[in-house]
Design a protein around this ligand. Structure first.
Ligand code: NDP
Ligand code: GDR
Length: 370
């Protein structure tokens, strides 16, 4: 039985990847951080009582900022594959926590690679590094591929640039099977609530159900190449199953603005929007609402801009060229954007219908607008 270790197992990708590897018969180990409240909601359905025998899903306390802990865990597990998904993954927050981001996203990657080397596992253990389209940042004007030069535009992207190159360096210096997946944005109902897609689908559900008045967003002109996390974790696994270690861009090859994502998401509850601009200010109001379950009044303001969500340096457009992955890995996404938006809005409606019931029976339901 193959053993895999996943850092970031409590995150969106960690949860989908753990599911995939369990399905494939792996013993799955994950590193979770100690938090004052439980942080395992995304993986609770896979939980197995550690007191039982022969369990295939095991969690270990750990943190990418602590090398001794990383070395101990890797020594204990002797994994065949490590997926380094743990990161401070929010681009805007990285401007507020630049040093921590560098520690975890940059040096954290080194800690994993160096642990494998020190423990004499370079021939046994394959390493996947979660690299990102943010590496391209300021490179605009054409589809970004494995040969496009990088131009990071945030502390997050600069930290990930180190992670990318240290992975390439360990591959070349020590002949390790260490690979970068340069993944473009990927989303799902498990996406963190403060990333723009999930923030929008949550808001659509809540506004439709009468639980929220409007949503505040930042730059609506940015364009992203959005795929589904379920498709993308499959690519991670494929990257580590090849005969030779290589880096791959994983993307859909289609880019969409935030504004168009908003329109698609509101479309899911039968609401058409009119975007209005007055000088620098932009807002969106309901033009038409056709679904009687979500009876929003025409003219109701549902979206405003808050400059707080702008970034000191923005990445205006990301568009990936997944030709290499499609040809060499045989990878092909199953979801397109409309199908993914449909799934995300439906999941948030289900989630907030539960909140509606709780609210109606007198419970206070928390809402985060960030
Ligand atoms: P999430 O933010 O959902 O998950 C991040 C994970 O990292 C969580 O499990 C988090 O733990 C963990 N983590 C954070 N800090 C530390 C730390 N100091 N030590 C150990 N673990 C830590 O991210 P995604 O699942 O979306 O992304 C997975 C990886 O892929 C990340 O590295 C991200 O940067 C990268 N990536 C993501 C893309 C995307 O579009 N989703 C695109 C390209 C790359 P906790 O739950 O406790 O917070
Ligand atoms: P990104 O994702 O920065 O691409 O990083 P995010 O969803 O945060 O932003 C995408 C774009 O939307 C614009 N935007 C807003 N963003 C947020 N979060 N909140 C808002 O209110 C808002 N309004 C507009 C942003 O300016 C940006 O242009 C994600 C993360 O998963 C990274 O870890 C990963 O590496 C990259 O994708 C690929």
């Amino acid at each position: 039985m193959k053993k895999a270790l996943i850092t970031g197992i409590t995150g969106q990708d960690g949860a989908y990847l753990a599911e995939l590897l369990l399905e494939k018969g792996y013993e799955v180990h994950g590193i979770k951080r100690r938090t004052s409240l439980f942080n395992t909601q995304r993986i609770d359905h896979m939980y197995e009582d550690p007191h039982e025998k022969d369990i295939r899903f095991k969690l270990h306390y750990g943190d990418l900022s602590d090398s001794t802990n990383i070395i101990r865990i890797i020594q204990e597990i002797q994994p065949d594959e490590i997926y380094n998904l743990g990161a401070m993954s929010h681009v805007r927050v990285s401007f507020e926590e630049p040093e921590y981001t560098a520690q975890v996203d940059g040096i954290g990657t080194l800690r994993i690679l160096e642990a494998v080397r020190l423990l004499g596992l370079t021939e046994k253990t394959r390493v996947y590094q979660a690299s990102t389209s943010e590496l391209y940042g300021g490179v605009q004007g054409h589809a970004q591929s494995e040969t496009t030069p990088f131009y990071p535009r945030s502390p997050y992207a600069v930290a990930k640039l180190y992670g990318y190159w240290i992975t390439v360096n360990y591959r070349e210096a020590y002949n390790m099977f260490a690979c970068n997946g340069i993944l473009f944005n990927h989303e799902s109902p498990l996406r963190g609530e403060t990333f723009v897609t999930r923030k929008i689908t949550r808001a659509v559900a809540r506004i439709g159900l009468g639980l929220q008045d409007k949503v505040y967003l930042g730059n609506l002109d940015a364009q992203r190449d959005w795929g589904h996390a379920k498709d993308y974790v499959e690519a991670m696994w494929l990257i580590l199953q090849q005969d030779t270690p290589e880096d791959f861009v994983i993307a859909t090859g289609v880019t969409t603005s935030i504004r168009d994502f908003v329109k698609l998401a509101f479309g899911e509850i039968g609401v058409t929007l009119e975007f209005q601009r007055e000088g620098e200010k932009e807002r969106a109001v309901v033009a038409q609402a056709t679904n009687p379950n979500y009876p929003l009044e025409p003219g109701k303001e549902v979206l405003c801009i808050d400059k707080r969500y702008y970034r000191p340096t923005e990445v205006d457009l990301l568009l990936g060229d997944p030709t290499k992955a499609m040809t060499k890995l045989g990878w092909k996404p199953k979801y397109d954007l409309p199908a993914m938006v449909k799934e995300m809005v439906a999941a948030d409606i289900e989630l907030f219908q539960r909140d509606q019931i709780l609210e109606r029976s007198g419970h206070r339901v928390l809402n985060y607008y960030e």
